[in-house]
Design a protein around this ligand. Sequence first.
Ligand SMILES: [Zn+2]
Length: 172
Amino acid sequence: MPGPGEYLPDATEGITRVEDLPKPTIVRRSRDFAQRPCPGCGHSAYGYGRRERTLHDVGDLISGRPRDLHLSYSVHECSQCQRHFTADMSDLAPPRSHYTHRVIGLAVRLVVEDGLPYRAASWHLWRDHRVFVPFATIQNWVEAGGEKGRGTHRRRLSRLGTRRVLRLYRRR
Ligand SMILES: [Zn+2]
């Protein structure tokens, strides 16, 4: 048994292909409802189908494996205004995101608060939280928070943007 503080290298250090990383633990989550209020007119709309998306969450440090949420959700159509919408999952992840809010919040804090470069933040997320996020994805998150609404102008994170990103993720 190694003593406390003894250096043990990460068993996955040096792995360069995502396929070689440990397989994720699957956790099932459901946002599957018979009826939901229409976001357009408030009418109670029946569900007519179900879909599934995968979200990468913070991993399991005991087993050392990543963790994926398999989220099934209902799709609804409003009979009053014909609007199609899905059950609300915004508590778990932003729309179209492959990662949970938890992961995005961690990543943004590593860069904005701790000042880690994107590549170092990516490695840190894998080593200490068992979630694989390409560094370019982290960069996109940080820049989206800092540069939103300013087109393709990508230089340094503005102070205003930094505060906005942090405010967003401190609430969680
Ligand atoms: Zn409606």
